[in-house]
Design a protein around this ligand. Structure first.
Ligand SMILES: [Zn+2]
Length: 375
């Protein structure tokens, strides 16, 4: 039996926040719970950017019972006038006795000021309950708000020997049905899906999600240095979500014009022969993209890895071995001379999905970057 304590209610607030992942745009997911005299009297979740924050929903539900209550909130209450009025002011106005916060808001506009405001008004504040879980839940938001660049996750499904297709290019299907469903959920939780042009040429995928909130379909981004995307590609024709093509200054302006005529946007990233991937991510961030799911192929994965632009790696492995010297692999890049230079992952998680295995990890450099951003 669970003990009813601060963690008990914070876990509920985090559960509610988690369910809104993928629908809050560049905003964090946040949950709030109001407890008065041992009774749950208010619940709230931030549902969509521009709509009330979690605390407001929960306080509205609590009504007059908010006075003297404890409010659990997964992220520090805001102190600034954004699209909605500051929640710290509202908590003070409602005469809440105590506020329990999982983690401080990394947004430089808040960064401790919400907590200060509450304390200055005599509200008791406790910070850090289920802190790690809250940080992990909003890792994409934290990267974006502290660096202006989207959080980049590489997802790849391969055979046990790391192949994305057979030597003839056959790739359907490698992973099992459940693993493919998980990929749809992952797409739903990102604002953009990125692939290399070779993937479009080889597979002509739709890059859709079966469960997107209307108006919030992830943008489809194609890295295409020479604009060789076929004009018949599904993602240029189906109109289910915006399609952006990242290319270079050198790419053919006539082809760019034709692609724009089909409704695609063309972003020029760098003057070299290859797309400057860092510049591409900066431009995506400037356009309000806070998270990118990269779905290959091996060259795009390899280039992002070499340039240390990856925040998380999710690999699905199927119990198959397909071999082939030329068959495409998970990560194609020059490679490192010494094992000690290899990209190392931390926070490894392994999950068995039927006969498939999913391995997640965070490249070690990402940790350094998050720490820099925190201070
Ligand atoms: Zn707020």
């Amino acid at each position: 039996m669970k003990v009813i304590d601060d963690e008990y209610y914070m876990a509920l607030a985090l559960d509610m926040a988690e369910r809104a992942l993928g629908q809050t745009g560049t905003n964090p997911v946040v949950g709030a719970v109001v407890v008065k005299d041992g009774a749950l009297v208010g619940l709230g979740t931030h549902l969509q950017r521009g709509t009330p924050h979690a605390e407001v929903h929960a306080l509205n539900m609590a009504g007059s019972r908010a006075e003297g209550s404890t409010v659990y909130v997964t992220l520090e209450p805001c102190s600034h006038h954004g699209l909605t009025p500051p929640c710290a002011e509202r908590l003070i106005h409602e005469k809440v006795q105590r506020v329990v916060v999982a983690c401080e808001d990394p947004n430089p506009l808040v960064a401790g000021r919400g907590i200060e405001m509450l304390r200055a008004a005599g509200v008791e504040v406790k910070v850090g309950v289920l802190h790690e879980r809250a940080l992990k839940l909003n890792r994409r938001f934290i990267k974006f708000i502290t660096t202006g660049m989207p959080y980049v996750t590489i997802k790849s499904a391969s055979t046990l020997d790391g192949k994305l297709a057979s030597r003839t290019g056959d790739s359907k299907w490698i992973s099992n049905e459940k693993a493919r469903e998980i990929v749809h959920t992952m797409r739903h939780r990102h604002q953009a899906i990125m692939v290399g042009v070779s993937t479009i040429v080889a597979d002509d995928p739709q890059l859709s999600t079966r469960m997107t909130v209307p108006g919030l379909s992830p943008v489809r981004v194609v890295a295409d240095s020479t604009l060789r995307i076929p004009e018949t590609a599904q993602i240029l024709r189906d109109g289910t979500a915006p399609t952006w093509i990242v290319t270079t200054e050198q790419a053919d302006p006539e082809k760019a014009k034709r692609l724009m005529g089909l409704g695609a946007e063309v972003l020029r990233c760098g003057s070299g022969p290859q797309v400057d991937l860092r510049e591409a991510l900066v431009q995506l961030g400037q356009r309000g993209i806070s998270s990118v799911l990269v779905e290959g192929g091996g060259r795009l994965n390899g280039s992002l890895l070499e340039r240390q632009l990856v925040d998380e790696i999710v690999l699905f492995f199927a119990p198959k071995l397909v071999g082939g010297k030329e068959s495409p692999e998970n990560f194609r890049f020059t490679g490192y001379d010494r094992m000690q230079d290899a990209v190392t992952l931390r926070d490894m998680e392994v999950e068995q999905i039927g006969d498939n295995v999913c391995i997640r990890g965070v490249p070690v450099w990402a940790q350094a970057e998050v720490k820099e951003g925190d201070h």
